[in-house]
Write a new protein. Structure first.
Lengths: 110, 115
């Protein structure tokens, strides 16, 4: 039973355009969501988070949107840069434990 | 310079041997975690510890063991009972492990290959 799903294994975007990464979840007990960015052979780094009582959180080029009724969240990166190329994981938090999606490989072309 | 260290970066072992992966943090965090990442999959929780001398099984604890004798250290032993031990292992820590708002910070990972 996969509680967090990232249905797009990969996404390719032109530099300067918007990147939209999507994530769906089934566990209604998640009350906090996080996005992590990961380069090959390295540990994930925290990017941005959102509480379930909010529908939007913004930090520079990164914005996370939460649609609780649809159990869907998305990460928007504007404008996309080649250095953003990495694997992006979304995660739901409940009782201090994280459940991760499978990840989406983002490639930003110059 | 605070952070989480994992050693070694790459580890090779023969099938049937136990192997211990190191994880150390100097962030003064109470909680520590072990995850495993396989190709095309997300991170799956193996074990976690919210306080010294206490730890809990995660979603895929079979074939693994841990100890938490010191706050800064949370070693993971991959035993011969683990059927598919070859994977990328990640250690993380957070301030308390109690609140969902506690961000987990990750180490650089150890790539274990069992031959």
């Amino acid at each position: 039973d996969q509680q967090v799903k990232q249905n797009s294994p990969s996404l390719s975007v032109q530099e300067g355009r918007i990147s939209i990464l999507n994530c769906d979840y089934t566990n209604s007990m998640f009350d906090y969501f996080l996005w992590y960015k990961k380069y090959p052979a390295e540990g994930p780094t925290f990017l941005i988070s959102i509480s379930s009582i909010k529908d939007k959180n913004e930090d520079g080029r990164f914005t996370v949107f939460l649609n609780k009724s649809a159990k869907h969240l998305s990460l928007h990166i504007v404008p996309s840069q080649p250095g953003d190329s990495a694997v992006y994981f979304c995660a739901g938090a409940s009782y201090g434990k994280l459940t991760f999606g499978q990840g989406t490989i983002l490639t930003v072309h110059p | 310079d605070g952070g989480i260290t994992q050693s070694p970066k790459y580890l090779f072992r023969k099938e049937g041997q136990n192997v211990t992966l190191s994880c150390e943090q100097n962030l003064n965090h109470d909680a520590m975690y072990w995850y495993r990442q396989d190709p095309g999959q997300g991170l799956r929780l193996i074990y976690y510890s919210q306080i010294v001398n206490d730890f809990q099984k995660g979603d895929i604890a079979e074939g693994y063991s841990v100890s938490r004798e010191k706050k800064e250290s949370f070693p993971l032993t991959v035993t011969s009972a683990q059927k598919n031990p070859t994977a990328f292992y990640l250690c993380a820590s957070s301030i308390t492990g109690t609140y969902d708002t506690d961000t987990q910070y990750f180490g650089p990972g150890t790539r274990l290959t069992v031959l």
